[in-house]
Design a protein around this ligand. Structure first.
Ligand SMILES: *[C@@H]1O[C@H](CO)[C@@H](O)[C@H](O)[C@H]1NC(C)=O
Ligand SMILES: *[C@@H]1O[C@H](CO)[C@@H](O)[C@H](O)[C@H]1NC(C)=O
Ligand SMILES: *[C@@H]1O[C@H](CO)[C@@H](O)[C@H](O)[C@H]1NC(C)=O
Ligand SMILES: *[C@@H]1O[C@H](CO)[C@@H](O)[C@H](O)[C@H]1NC(C)=O
Ligand SMILES: *[C@@H]1O[C@H](CO)[C@@H](O)[C@H](O)[C@H]1NC(C)=O
Length: 415
């Protein structure tokens, strides 16, 4: 009896302490600009019951109900992805209440269920990730570590949106500008004439990639101190996490075209000059990208591959994010992604994802008319690369191929 009473007191005290902690956290989060524009913002997955849903005008009730939603998330058993339509107001019984239930404005109500094909596709991609993470034949550095062992600076690609409960791991060269734009629109952090920016395409490019626009995991430390890891783990558990990937070799070609075939002073100085010096017999390469273009000098794709394979490269600094492996950017074995998009099926996946996130009437995925690097050119690009180097390169990116279900490019590797 004594022990059981002690136990009960302990549980009550523990809960009170937890709630206190949550209040402290949430005050901090609420103080950021993220919450100010949406008086009605339920938690990401669990719709609040009608009685609690009333428009708030002052900050205090909004802050209290956020706590409420947050606590509810703990109390509710884990729910799956929000693929069902939002709860529809069934009319009469709630009209009895003095205040009518206002459904969250942002939810689009879908009358047709999601195509089974799309749902299965996600299921397969998620299962593949799990299988590959538990399969010892897929090995790469850092695979076995726990989330706590990932250094903060390696968490800089995870963008968090607390309003909608979304975490996006951005992979450069995989439609990342457009998804970053969408994250900016959703966070409503970019104001124009006092109104949140609604159209992703009007957000200028340099702003999209300015890290001050995005709240990433590596910034948690500054804001939450020693609670940062704990809070990250809570968010990882509760929020919907997604990333987009593409064929790893095609991504490399795309990075090469974008950074070395176009004039890019920064990449020219940091990388192209190094490649020219080391692999193209040019001890004194042109001083600027304009001079280099004027005399028609730039590293070839083969030089780029040589650069990637050179052990010296990684010794100097980690791979630049444009060619760093996805497994190093997004930690797919430590973070259980809810949605894995492929650039090859980008439009369908974007539609599915925005619907799953229940933001498909707030934003639309911008369709790109750009000339995307196509996998059919892969063979042409690799023509000048020695077969031995191609195989080495495959080894370097094999985990990405396998984790995300891209076939080994036999025609290139077996010549
Ligand atoms: C509410 O119920 C009354 C009868 O009880 C019915 O006449 C009315 O159409 C109902 N309204 C709605 C919105 O269902
Ligand atoms: C691990 O991967 C290998 C190679 O693809 C495969 O043959 C094996 O069946 C996998 N093991 C498990 C347990 O899935
Ligand atoms: C991860 O652990 C497995 C056994 O659980 C081991 O076989 C494998 O070598 C480890 N991989 C790395 C990269 O440490
Ligand atoms: C990013 O934005 C901040 C503030 O908006 C600005 O001070 C900074 O110069 C920008 N950085 C770059 C690289 O544009
Ligand atoms: C895209 O660019 C490639 C070369 O970079 C060119 O061969 C191809 O014709 C272009 N396609 C379109 C549709 O412009």
């Amino acid at each position: 009896m004594g022990t059981s009473r002690m136990f009960r007191i302990f549980v009550v005290l523990g809960s009170a302490f937890m709630i206190l902690l949550i209040i402290i956290y949430w005050d901090d989060v609420g103080a950021s600009h993220l919450y100010l524009h949406t008086p009605v913002s339920p938690g990401p997955k669990i719709p609040r019951p009608p009685a609690q849903q009333r428009p708030q005008t002052s900050r205090t009730p909004s802050f209290l109900s956020d706590i409420d939603a947050f606590v509810n998330q703990f109390l509710e058993p884990g729910t799956g992805e929000p693929t069902d339509p939002a709860p529809v107001d069934t009319g009469n019984q709630s009209e009895k209440a003095e205040e009518r239930y206002v459904p969250r404005q942002e939810w689009k109500i879908h009358l047709t269920p999601l195509a089974a094909e799309l749902r299965d596709r996600q299921e397969q991609r998620r299962r593949l990730l799990q299988d590959m993470c538990s399969n010892d034949s897929v090995a790469f550095p850092g695979k076995n570590r726990s989330f706590d062992d990932i250094p903060n600076k390696e968490l800089d690609h995870l963008i968090v949106d607390d309003r909608h409960g979304i975490i996006y791991c951005y992979v450069p060269k995989v439609a990342c500008s457009n998804w970053k734009r969408i994250m900016i629109v959703l966070s409503e952090s970019l104001l124009q004439d006092g109104v949140p920016q609604r159209d992703p395409l009007t957000i200028p490019r340099d702003l999209v990639h300015n890290s001050s626009m995005h709240f990433t995991f590596n910034k948690f430390w500054k804001r939450y101190g020693k609670f940062a890891r704990h809070l990250m783990k809570v968010k990882l558990k509760k929020y919907t996490k997604f990333l987009f990937v593409r064929d790893p070799f095609v991504r490399l070609i795309s990075a090469y075209r974008n950074k070395f075939e176009l004039r890019n002073e920064d990449f020219y100085r940091r990388f192209a000059q190094v490649m020219l010096r080391r692999y193209a017999n040019q001890p004194t390469p042109p001083a600027s990208v304009d001079e280099a273009f004027a005399v028609g000098v730039h590293p070839s794709f083969s030089h780029f591959v040589q650069y990637l394979l050179d052990p010296q490269t990684e010794k100097e600094m980690p791979f630049n994010e444009h060619w760093r492996q996805v497994y190093r950017l997004c930690h797919p074995c430590q973070i259980q992604y809810d949605f894995v998009g492929h650039l090859e099926t980008a439009e369908e996946d974007a539609e599915h994802l925005l619907r799953q996130l229940r933001v498909d009437n707030v934003v639309e995925f911008p369709t790109t008319h750009r000339n995307l690097t196509a996998s059919s050119w892969e063979a042409d690009w690799f023509n000048a690369v020695p077969v031995e180097a191609r195989r080495e390169l495959y080894k370097l990116y094999e985990p990405d191929f396998r984790l995300f279900g891209y076939e080994r490019p036999d025609s290139i590797l077996n010549e």
